[in-house]
Design a protein. Structure first.
Lengths: 296, 300, 433
């Protein structure tokens, strides 16, 4: 009886702390999510009431060549941009965490690109850098190399967007920095006295200590990259060209919903995406027991 | 203060090392600085280009060959600030600040509460609820926008700040919950055990121990909430129709019309101005971010 | 801990401060508007555009409210792409504005899905007066023979060139009434003088570019019953024409063309001086003229096929009322004010095209800048050649995307003209079923 009462009390306290989130979930998040799930089984043009369509939207996807193209584009983008961005962010965070003079200034400077978000200014800038007559090609010309038109060749357009993602690495960097700040100094002192090299310190202390943060950044950046939408506006004005080479998954989903008025199909696409991300996240969580260290 | 003592000690050990090593260190520091500055210039190029363009006239921005303006024109700033139909950017800034500050308060309180439960308390259905929390992050915005709009319309919240602020008090941004969970899980358990010995209940532990020790995560939450809310253009446009309620992000888009002529000069001028609070907030909060660990380390 | 508390405290105090200021200003405005004793009606009007247009339309709405003190008009506005996403969401969400700006690209999608109100009753009872509208202009607002849109401004497509550039190069100006053969010859001639003749329009815009070509061939994009209105041969001819120009390097290569396709006006190939001729809707002439500090811009009609028909059809910006509007009568009054009253038109001038009413078009003429006058004259003479154009069936946006894809497959050398045409015809069949 005593233990039952205790358990009840424990649960009550926990649910009290969870209550704002639970209310938000039930009242605000769940309704739109479940309606989109329902809509994915209907034909819905948004102006007339949805009509039941069964699995039609889901089966249709596998015959849709544009859909398959968008899957390919997004997968490539995720596989390239996530590791590159995280490595870059961690590298810069480590460099900025060294207690250099002028650190605050540097850190702010490095965050600037991320402040821009997906603003129009970035689109103009990207053309200035990677366009046919852009800065990059002018630089290459100095060495006698004739560059191609990076942002509008089907073979290279996507890679300029990977670079854009790496360039806007500010958010994971700040999170890494905050994580590095959480590592107790004492550990390094002890290691230094033991004569451990910098290299060893990084792998034996830093990385394990910030592994929960690495996990967080990894999962969030994967989710983020799968949902990448605005970057495509930068090279193709939101059309996904040239030749569908920047047709991101969510961009195609958006086109289906808001320019082709096929919200049912878009909702089905969204749920397939959700399932894909969920599986990947679950796998990462599964492996995380081996490489993430918690204080438990 | 223990940590800083340790740092001083460590420095003393360093000083005792040989001269050769010292000069090697110096060289590596110089190289680090050079790399940081070189990469920094690439990072800053867009900002510099935008600021420089904000002083040029509309034709010079794209046709001019020089990076620097031929003559400095303040017109863009004056015209830009004047906004639309008697509503200046002062109104837009006020609205943006209001939404951002409310959002910060909401996110910090509600997300830290949920994160505390997920990371430190034991309860039924914990894993299931945590998975649901993550799943709410995985659905693209475009398919939930219409049901959400219908819902807010039924609540008669359209054209008020409520759709943009109230949900933050209900921890709808799982990103921050997850972030804080990961941070709270790095806090040593011994500290909590000690507090329990002193007779602290979960509420006191949350308030007196976990929150202060998660300061870097809270600061990070504040920074990101501010920046993302500030830049979140589409939901502000969708839910705030009345110009009195317009925000900076909405105001900025007004300068651009992809079907015709755009006031690029004014856009760049006001974008520059709108970066100032973002930059200031970042500088201000990162100070706390750095000091956070010392503040947390003082008392266990 | 102290720091955290201090931080939270300062945040909350700033919040309260802003809150108090915000609320107090909110209250005062409520008092001002809620006092009227008459039966006050509120309608909402939404449009797309840039700051200048927002300024202009706000003033027009102010004048309307002066004239009809019992009607209050709430204004909502934004840029082009987000305008449509917001409007769709509002209509789907049951909260649509009463009067909405409409465009030919989208009207079929909205009207055929019953989102717009049929307006003929309001025209019959003369709430909206279309007495001074040419029949072709009235008809351009119809979908399936039902009136859904009232023309705010009409415009016509044409080609623009800089006279000074042609003088400098020693190339003769294009002549009114020229053919596609003349056009390709001119483009090649310009190439010989060292400048690209024209941007690659093979796929970028199904309308108006290919549409003029098809219409000149006696066909159209669509038939009245929403099927594809042209034969594969026409398409092959069109893409072959561009392919030859591309191979002769008389037009930009595929990558360059794509790069500039989504560029803003100020940065496009024509404005930056890389091409000599450009296709624009005539109402934009003065925007382009502003970009050319030296040299006068001139417009010439779209080419026709040798011995073919005139391709002209009316384009423009329109006003519609949404199906669920609670105050359609007041909304109609508002539209009438916008298109027929001097007080509105003296501000509007030719903002989104020459006014639909000929009476109003004559009224605004003396108020115009030279480039605007030129545009109005071009539009008025072209309107005379205009014939009706069937409205796009639902699914046209998807079709446009497919058209562009196939055209780029040719330009990037991934497909032959014939393969691309086959692919497009097959896709079109699927889209327009």
């Amino acid at each position: 009886m005593q233990t039952f009462k205790k358990a009840w009390r424990r649960n009550a306290v926990a649910y009290m702390f969870l209550s704002p989130w639970l209310i938000g979930l039930l009242c605000l998040s769940l309704i739109p999510m479940l309606s989109s799930l329902y809509l994915s089984f209907t034909n819905y043009d948004m102006f007339s009431p949805p009509e039941w369509a069964g699995m039609e939207n889901y089966t249709q996807m596998f015959e849709d060549s544009k859909y398959l193209a968008s899957v390919k584009v997004t997968t490539t983008y995720v596989l390239l941009s996530v590791p590159l961005q995280l490595m870059f962010a961690l590298g810069v965070a480590l460099m900025l965490n060294r207690g250099l003079r002028g650190l605050k200034f540097y850190r702010a400077v490095y965050y600037v690109p991320s402040l821009f978000g997906g603003s129009v200014a970035v689109a103009l800038l990207w053309r200035q850098l990677f366009g046919g007559e852009g800065l990059i090609n002018r630089g290459l010309a100095l060495f006698g190399i004739e560059g191609t038109n990076w942002i509008s060749s089907p073979d290279t357009a996507l890679y300029t967007l990977v670079i854009l993602a790496v360039w806007q690495f500010g958010a994971p960097m700040v999170i890494f920095l905050a994580g590095l700040k959480q590592v107790p100094m004492e550990l390094y002192e002890a290691a230094r006295i033991d004569g451990a090299s910098k290299f060893k310190q990084f792998f034996k202390i830093t990385l394990p200590m910030i592994s929960p943060i690495v996990l967080f950044n990894l999962i969030m950046q994967i989710i983020h990259a799968f949902q990448a939408f605005t970057p495509a506006y930068i090279v193709s004005g939101g059309e996904g060209g040239p030749l569908d080479s920047t047709l991101f998954y969510t961009l195609y989903l958006y086109q289906k919903a808001f320019t082709h008025f096929d919200m049912g199909y878009a909702a089905a696409m969204a749920w397939i995406l959700l399932i894909a991300i969920a599986i990947i996240t679950a796998i990462i969580f599964g492996t995380s027991k081996k490489w993430v260290f918690y204080q438990e | 203060m223990e940590t800083s003592k340790a740092v001083i000690q460590a420095n003393n050990i360093d000083i005792a090392k040989t001269e050769v090593k010292k000069s090697k260190m110096k060289l590596s520091i110089i190289i680090t600085h050079i790399i940081i500055i070189a990469v920094g210039i690439i990072m800053l190029y867009p900002l510099l280009w935008m600021v420089s363009s904000s002083f040029k006239d509309n034709v010079d921005i794209f046709k001019g060959t020089s990076f620097f303006p031929k003559e400095i024109i303040l017109d863009n700033y004056i015209k830009g600030w004047n906004g639309i139909s008697g509503y200046t950017f002062a109104t837009f800034f006020k609205n943006s600040f209001f939404i951002c500050i409310v959002a910060i308060i909401g996110n910090v309180i509600s997300c830290s509460m949920a994160a505390y439960a997920f990371s430190r308390l034991d309860f039924a259905f914990k894993k299931v609820l945590f998975a649901i929390m993550l799943i709410t992050l995985m659905l693209p915005f475009h398919v939930t926008v219409i049901p959400q709009y219908i819902m807010f319309n039924k609540l008669e919240w359209i054209n008020t700040f409520l759709p943009l602020t109230l949900p933050k008090f209900l921890a709808t941004e799982g990103f921050f919950i997850f972030l804080m969970v990961q941070f709270m899980r790095t806090i040593p358990l011994e500290l909590e055990e000690a507090a329990k010995m002193d007779g602290c209940g979960p509420i006191r532990i949350y308030w007196k121990l976990i929150l202060p020790l998660s300061l870097p995560a809270l600061i990070t939450t504040m920074i990101f909430t501010f920046i993302w809310t500030w830049n979140d253009f589409f939901s502000q446009l969708l839910y705030l129709s009345d110009i009195k309620l317009h925000t900076v992000a909405v105001g900025l888009r007004m300068f651009v019309d992809s079907m015709g002529e755009s006031s690029w000069g004014s856009l760049f001028a006001m974008s520059t101005v709108s970066l100032i609070p973002l930059f200031a907030v970042f500088i201000f909060f990162q100070k706390y971010l750095i000091e956070g660990i010392t503040a947390g380390g003082v008392k266990g | 801990m102290k720091k955290l508390r201090a931080l939270l405290f300062s945040l909350i105090s700033v919040f309260l401060l802003v809150g108090v200021v915000g609320c107090s200003s909110g209250d005062s405005s409520k008092e001002a508007s809620g006092d009227g004793k008459d039966e006050k009606v509120e309608i909402r009007f939404t449009w797309w555009g840039d700051t200048k247009r927002h300024e202009l339309y706000n003033s027009i709405v102010d004048r309307f409210e002066e004239k009809y003190p019992n009607i209050k008009v709430k204004r909502e506005f934004g840029g082009w792409p987000e305008y449509w996403e917001k409007l769709t969401t509002q209509i789907a969400g049951g909260n649509a504005p009463d009067v909405v700006s409409m465009h030919q690209f989208y009207v079929a999608d909205y009207a055929r899905r019953n989102a717009l109100l049929e307006l003929s009753d309001y025209v019959k009872e003369n709430t909206i007066n279309q007495g001074d509208f040419p029949e072709s202009v009235v008809n351009s607002g119809k979908v399936d023979d039902k009136l859904y849109m009232i023309a705010q401004g009409v415009t016509m497509s044409g080609l623009v060139y800089n006279k000074k550039l042609f003088d400098d190069l020693g190339v003769e100006y294009p002549k009114q009434g020229w053919t596609y053969d003349d056009f390709t010859a001119k483009v090649k001639e310009l190439k010989a003088k060292g400048i690209w003749g024209v941007q690659d329009f093979s796929g970028g815009q199904l309308q108006p570019n290919f549409r003029y070509f098809a219409r000149s061939n006696g066909e159209d994009l669509f038939t009245e019953d929403g099927k594809l209105g042209f034969e594969k041969e026409t398409l092959v001819k069109w893409w072959t024409m561009w392919d030859e120009l591309r191979k002769a390097e008389a037009i930009p290569d595929a990558a360059t063309g794509t790069e500039y396709e989504s560029a803003p006006l100020e940065q496009n190939l024509f404005v930056t001086g890389k091409t000599a001729i450009h296709q624009i809707p005539a109402n934009q002439l003065y925007l382009y003229q502003q970009q050319f500090k030296d040299g006068e811009l001139e417009m010439v009609s779209m080419p026709t096929l040798d011995g073919g028909k005139q391709g002209e059809y009316i384009e423009g910006a329109y006003l519609s009322i949404t199906e669920k509007s609670k105050h359609p009568k007041e909304a109609a009054q508002f539209i009438n004010f916008f298109v027929n009253e001097e007080k509105a038109l003296e501000l509007f001038k030719v903002e989104q095209g020459s006014p639909g009413s000929t009476k109003m078009a004559d009224f605004v003429k003396p108020l115009l800048e030279p480039a605007q006058t030129k545009a109005v004259e071009f539009i008025q003479s072209a309107v005379n050649n205009a014939s009706t154009a069937p409205y796009s069936p639902a699914g046209v946006t998807e079709l446009e995307a497919a058209f562009k894809d196939s055209a780029s497959a040719i330009s990037f050398g991934k497909m032959s003209v014939k393969e691309a045409a086959d692919q497009f015809m097959k896709q079109a069949e699927g889209i327009l079923k």
